[in-house]
Structures are given as structure tokens and as C-alpha cells.
Write a new protein. Structure first.
Length: 331
């Protein structure tokens, strides 16, 4: 129907008679049957005119509306393919976005938008993709803000730590000066102040260990050996290889006649530094006392058991084996 309408349009423009008109058909018949010879046949000029008209009709370009119909027909599958590929890119972008791969997600959304930007029927899909892109931008902005806040917080923490360490070091130095002058109680207060200034900062474990060990030696000078052991133990919890804390705790154990514990600390010192003569001499001096302490404990245990049977360790004789340093008991 479109082609017929186009042909009619062309004939109208050229002022050609329509072959379907009854009036024209009758006239043509009359010319053939009623006229003389000259009227019944076309002249050469008439035939030439008819040929030119036919050429005009056959050479006319394809009608505009027919071309438009063909374009729509061709774009249909192209649009469907583009939408399918765009949806696939969008889904891939969503997956990347969920996994925190924001730059890769943004590339997929951009590809999806590019695939459908020339098709007017894809407005809804473009809007959804644009919304995802906006969400991405918002998340990046929020992430940037969070990182900025975290960095500022770190800078503030670093500043607080630096200030606290500076004040704690100052207090420690004052404590050292007081200790040298024999003012042990006052030195204890300064070391305690230093500990309070940095107690919540893990970065200050080394300084805290030193202050606890210094408090330990203050208590050692004040003959408060149990307190010395407590402070040195805290120092060793912060720094297990702190040789000074081991030695001071060994001294406190020796004062309390805990010879076995003292020898144990000295042996740890020797493990850390095999060339430590102080530890080696202390072990040689305290090991015999540690063995006596051990035997004394054995006797106490033995007497507690024998007492139930009306006996005591005096009824037994201990003989030492020189090869093994062990003891044999005889009744």
C-alpha cells in the first residue's frame, strides 16, 4: 500500500492521468475505435513523452516512509542486543561494586551507558545505570571522608603520644636524679607519674618496662623485696628479655632466701648473654644454697608424711651420690 500511495503521489506531481479513472479509460477507448488513423495512434513525440514519464516513475528514489520503516526494522534487533549487553555490564558492575572494586564497577557502568545512549527507548535502563554511578560517587566520597577522619585521628593520636612520652621521659629522668641522691620514695613517685602518663599507649611498652624495673630497684633499696619482685615481674611481662629486671628480681629472691627462683632468673640472664659474668658468678654462689633449700623442703615434706606414722626424718640417713648428686635414704 505504501508503494501504491507513493506512485500516486508521483503521478499527481507530474499531472499524469490515473489509469484507474473511468473517464480517462473511456476517452482512451474512444480514441482507438472512433478516430481516424492519425487520431488512433500515438505520434513519435507522444511516445517519447510517455517513455520519459515511465523513466521518471521507475527511477524515483525509495519513498521516505518506506526508508523509515526499514530503519525501525533494522534497529529493533540492534536495540535488543545493546540492551542485553548493557544489562550484562550493569550486573557485572553491581557485583564489582559489592566487592569494593569501585573503579572496575565504574568502568562497567560507563560501558553500559555507552551501549544504550543512542536508543531513546532505553531511558529507564540509562536512569538505573546513572543511579548506580551516583551511588558509586557517593560511596567514594564517604570513603574519602572516613579515611580523612581516620588520618586526622591518627595524627591527633600521634601528637598525644609524643606529648605523653615527652612528659613521661622527663618524669623518669627526675626519678633517676632522685634515686642517685638516695631519695628512693620521691623517685618512686616520679616513676609512677611516668607510668600513668603512658599506660594506655601500646607504643610505650619499652618506657613502661624501664619505669617498673626502676621502681623495683627503689623497693630493693628500701628492703621491700616482695614489692621488688612484683615490679620486676611487670617489667618482664612487657619485655621478657630485660636483663636488668631479671637480675633485680634475682637479688630480691636471694634476700628472701628463694635461692631456686634466684638461680632460675640468673640462668635466664646467662641464656640471653652467655658472656655475662655477673650471672655466672651468681649461679656458682647460689646453686649450693638452692640445693640445701631443696633438701630442706624435702625434709619438711617427709616429716609431714612420717609424722602420721609417729616417725621423723631423724630416723633416716641421707647419703649423696657424688656421680649424680642425688641422695639415697636409709633407715
Amino acid at each position: 500500500m505504501v508503494l501504491i500511495e507513493q506512485e500516486t503521489l508521483i503521478k499527481d506531481e507530474l499531472n499524469l492521468p490515473s489509469s484507474s479513472s473511468p473517464q480517462i479509460a473511456a476517452t482512451e477507448t474512444k480514441q482507438v475505435h472512433d478516430g481516424d488513423d492519425s487520431d488512433g495512434f500515438e505520434t513519435a513525440s507522444e511516445r517519447e513523452e510517455d517513455d520519459s514519464i515511465n523513466d521518471a516513475v521507475t527511477s524515483q528514489e525509495e519513498p521516505p516512509h518506506q526508508v523509515e520503516l526499514n530503519l525501525i526494522t533494522e534497529d529493533g534487533p540492534n536495540q535488543e542486543k545493546a540492551m542485553a549487553e548493557a544489562n550484562e555490564a550493569k550486573v557485572e558492575g553491581n557485583s564489582l561494586f559489592v566487592n569494593g572494586l569501585y573503579e572496575e564497577a565504574l568502568s562497567k557502568y560507563a560501558l553500559a551507558l555507552e551501549l544504550v545512549q543512542e536508543f531513546p527507548d532505553c531511558t529507564e535502563l540509562r536512569d538505573r545505570i546513572a543511579k548506580k554511578t551516583t551511588t558509586f560517587t557517593s560511596n567514594v566520597t564517604m570513603l574519602y571522608y572516613m579515611v580523612l577522619v581516620w588520618l586526622n585521628s591518627c595524627l591527633e593520636d600521634d601528637k598525644l603520644i609524643e606529648e605523653a612520652m615527652a612528659r613521661a621521659n622527663e618524669a623518669k629522668l627526675e626519678g633517676n636524679s632522685l634515686f642517685v641522691n638516695g631519695l628512693y620514695e620521691e623517685a618512686l613517685s616520679k616513676y609512677q607519674l611516668a607510668l600513668e602518663l603512658v599506660h594506655k599507649f601500646p607504643e610505650c611498652k619499652g618506657l613502661r618496662a624501664i619505669c617498673h624495673s626502676n621502681r623495683g630497684v627503689c623497693f630493693l633499696k628500701l628492703s621491700k623485696y616482695e614489692e621488688t619482685i612484683k615490679e620486676c615481674t611487670k617489667a618482664l611481662e612487657l619485655n621478657p628479655t630485660y636483663a636488668k629486671a631479671l637480675f633485680r628480681r634475682a637479688q630480691a629472691h636471694e634476700k628472701l632466701q628463694h635461692f631456686e627462683e634466684a638461680v632460675t632468673d640468673l640462668k635466664k640472664m646467662l641464656e640471653l648473654d652467655p658472656s655475662n659474668d655477673q650471672a655466672r658468678k651468681g649461679i656458682r654462689r647460689l646453686e649450693p644454697l638452692a640445693k640445701e633449700e631443696y633438701m630442706s623442703k624435702l625434709k619438711e615434706i617427709g616429716n609431714s608424711i612420717l609424722d602420721r606414722f609417729g616417725r621423723s626424718e631423724d630416723n633416716f640417713m641421707a647419703v649423696k651420690d657424688p656421680d649424680t648428686d642425688s641422695y639415697s635414704f636409709y633407715h
